[in-house]
Design a protein around this ligand. Sequence first.
Ligand code: GLC
Length: 546
Amino acid sequence: MNQQWWHSAVVYQVYPRSFCDSSGDGNGDLKGVISKLDYLEKLGIDLIWLSPVYLSPMKDNGYDIADYQAIDPRFGDMNDMRQLIHQAKQRNIGIMMDLVLNHTSDQHHWFKQAKQSRDNPYRDYYIWRDQTNQIRSIFSGPAWQYDPVTSQYYFHLFADAQPDLNWENPAVAKEIHQMISWWVEQGVAGFRLDVIDLIGKEIDQGITENGPRLHPLLQQMHQACFKGKKLVTVGETWGATPEIAKLYSDPRREELSMVFQFEHAALDWHPEHGKWQVQDFDLIALKKVLSKWQTAFDGDGWNALFWNNHDLPRIVSRWGNDGEYREASAKLFATLLHGMQGTPYIYQGEEIAMTNVQFAELSDYDDIEIKNSYQEKVVEQQSLSHQQFMQGVYQSARDNARTPMQWDNSDNAGFSCGQPWLKLNPNYQQINVANALANQHSVFYHYQRLIALRKSSKYSDTLVYGSYQLLLEEHSHIFAYIRQYKEQRLLIVANVSQQTQTLSLDFKLAEVVLDNLQPEDESKVGVDLAQLNLAPYQAIIYLLAD
Ligand code: GLC
């Protein structure tokens, strides 16, 4: 395999609106991010994926961009952005910008022009039809919005304020390439490409995802913007299978560095109600999916590893235990993920085991997806009751990840001295960065150790490049696998349950590399794996004897 710098990198996602507010207007901002760079450096990460900070009416929190080359005043200005890039670089941290290329805001000047008349030069930047078809918006309702001025419908896969760009028009590709190259010139280290599998669509054939033009478009983008540059790129691709992921990330094809796949992230969704009615956690199914991805590539693709992002509920509440075993289970999921092959992504707050939130009223929530889905499922179709829907919100809604970052136990968790745009999780009194930093056994330091093991230890090659083999495939509580590189073998074994588990593994002697429940200084040699007792949510990395 051709080694790349980003193979051993660890990425931290910042959702700027909720990270740190320096101005007191209740919205996080770029100066706030700059003020926390020392904290991120201490954690040990290499890259920050910055969710959108561009000019935006914030119908979808910045994923509705009105100007790709301007910073929204809520977040600061272009000088702040340059400062962030510069100051991060001084700490060896690169900035990855979030590119939302499937759609813009309806406030983008392209769309404002396009709406004016059918023969406006920008008309074909978007998708217009006289007739609609069956395609539905991902945010509920039809994917078509009637425009009375020009008597046509425009197409939007997300909110009606997020019209889809027409990638069949070469002028769109050209403008976007120029914009990306401009960001490269500003010194960013890479990009995350939002819902990128939707850009090759052929809507008259009903194809929205993985359309025939998708990969040629990405190859053109690579030629125009990425080729020969020290950049990392990751695509958001909900519909990717391992075969599809290779099309994006096989280095010979010159498209993207890697993609986020979501097979594991949607495992417990209901066939009809999706995330709004989740099903029981099934560890065996999770192991199967992740193991399939771990063994899918042999140099012809690369995994992006994640449990969380701004669209997903908090892992510790979802599949861990956010009560008695919050810290142990958070460390367990961290160990499992950081033990795998791929580039790990940490979402803000994950490193202190922030949890889901339960607000009493629907009006306490902000997310457009929650609001539109409520309207569709509870009000119009009445397929879910109010209570059922709220239960779904508590388990899976995106706002679980978006409550402000919990820095300390002062007012508003140290996030803002103003009125936060979204309520805080009331548990910030206990769960916060200050507490985590003061306790050497905290989840934070566990993440720090995992990152250090991957990046600069005698186990680095094995953690980054080692082969993967799942053990105890059918065990419903144990997740165990071996990583091997040359002669070195690591065993990662985790008890994903609230009961002690006893197992016997056929490896003679082992040394403990990292144990989520034992302090660092305890004896680390001579563990007998023939008789292994794992406490609830215990997760251990062992070095196996030759
Ligand atoms: C992606 C983003 C999500 C956004 C959507 C539309 O899925 O992660 O937050 O709402 O795209 O841009």
